[in-house]
Design a protein around this ligand. Structure first.
Ligand code: TRP
Length: 384
């Protein structure tokens, strides 16, 4: 290291700290929203309550971009043959849950190359230490010890690029993703401080039901654990899953009183039942006034009431086989120019050539060397 210029870093502003996302809500209003979901295929009520329900509401209030993050999905074991179906099924789930191609933009991450390009740039200002702290990385490394790839480690940087490449400032996520948004804020702070104000500071927006337990009552609802109620399940399937599910262990017999707060089924009431119904179930549980079966019947009916319009939309979507492709193509077409514009700005900030700078045609017209201009160059001869 040369001993000349002093590091101007000493006073780097603390931009993100352990700040709670809520405390920012008093600040500048959100102007645009970005969120993403890994293409896991079929969606379940945990995805709905934790994310989709909020997305559907947000599309009415803000310009929203929703991304199928297929590049992120590469960091976990996957089967290439299954990927197209996983992406497609996920978008069908989105549409049937109520995302409307006329009200929001949906697309597949890998179709806009600037995500990966910007992730590289952000890599170079990201301290290893920040990534080493990420709990999701630690968890996933434990779960797939045979495949701790660099992408898994770098996952939050790509996520940061997703958000800032559209200069989005509102990021609706479940609580498990808050740390990644805080990380994004750190990276944005570092970039803006080092290279000049470029990206707006994004904020996490927590959904109201961030954590939906699976039918086993032990772990978060997840397709890979097989403890889910699918958005695509029929009314019978919903009942057949709810009926045998565990309740509070205190209620061994119909006459044993229980503690609703410790019953997984009651946690579903909180999401799907009216406050009167919740009071009825809680009271009936505590006094053994009702049986678990009655309590489950009500929650199954309420879940089915939420799923009914989704089933209808799904049937309509299936009658329009091109809708998914059209939706995704429109998304990509709309977003590519925006991402490109951001990358141009980033290149300028970094002192890198603009995308056009060394296009062969640009060299020719700029060059004073007569030999360089000799080959006739009709427009359109060089690709782009
Ligand atoms: N990591 C997120 C998840 O697993 C998905 C995601 C990728 C995302 N890029 C994003 C969410 C950008 C919000 C913003 O749920």
């Amino acid at each position: 290291m040369s001993s000349t210029t002093p590091e101007p870093r000493a006073t780097e502003p603390k931009t993100a700290g352990p700040g709670s996302p809520e405390s920012d809500d008093a600040q500048a209003p959100i102007t645009s929203v970005f969120s993403g979901m890994q293409p896991s295929g079929e969606l379940h009520i945990g995805n709905y309550l934790g994310a989709l329900k909020t997305w559907v509401q947000l599309q009415e209030r803000y310009p929203c971009i929703f991304c199928v993050v297929d590049l992120h999905a590469l960091t976990q074991p996957f089967e290439p043959r299954e990927m197209p179906g996983r992406i497609r099924d996920m978008v069908i789930g989105w549409l049937s849950a109520g995302l409307d191609p006329d009200r929001c933009t949906m697309f597949v991450q890998s179709t806009v190359a600037e995500h990966a390009e910007l992730a590289w740039v952000l890599n170079t200002i990201t301290p290893m230490g920040l990534l080493e702290r990420m709990t999701q990385f630690k968890d996933k490394s434990k779960r797939q010890p045979e495949n701790i790839n660099v992408g898994l480690f770098d996952y939050p940087v790509l996520q940061a690029a997703d958000i800032v490449v559209y200069r989005a400032d509102g990021v609706p996520v479940g609580e498990d993703q808050v740390q990644h948004v805080e990380f994004t804020r750190d990276v944005v702070g570092k970039f803006n401080y080092r290279f000049g104000e470029t990206f707006p500071m994004p904020r996490a927006r927590l959904s109201q039901a961030p954590r939906v337990m699976g039918l086993d009552g032990e772990r978060k609802m997840s397709k890979s654990l097989g403890n889910q109620i699918g958005l695509n399940d029929s009314p019978e399937e919903v009942w057949n899953k709810i009926a045998p599910a565990k309740t509070d262990i205190r209620r061994k017999r119909r006459t044993d009183p229980g503690v609703p707060e410790e019953c997984n089924i009651f946690s579903y009431h909180r999401f799907f039942s009216s406050s009167e119904q919740q009071a009825w179930a809680a009271e009936g549980c505590r006094t053994a006034g009702i049986g678990c079966r009655e309590c489950k019947r009500l929650v199954a009916d309420n879940i089915n009431a939420v799923l009914a319009p989704m089933r209808e939309r799904r049937a309509a979507i299936e009658r329009r086989p091109r809708l998914v492709d059209e939706t995704l193509a429109a998304g990509t077409a709309k977003l590519r120019p925006l991402a490109r514009e951001t990358m141009e700005l980033v290149r300028e900030r970094l002192g890198l050539p603009t995308a056009e700078r060394y296009q062969p045609s640009a060299c020719r017209s700029r060059s004073t060397d007569p030999t360089a201009s000799s080959p006739p160059s009709p427009s359109g001869g060089t690709g782009r």
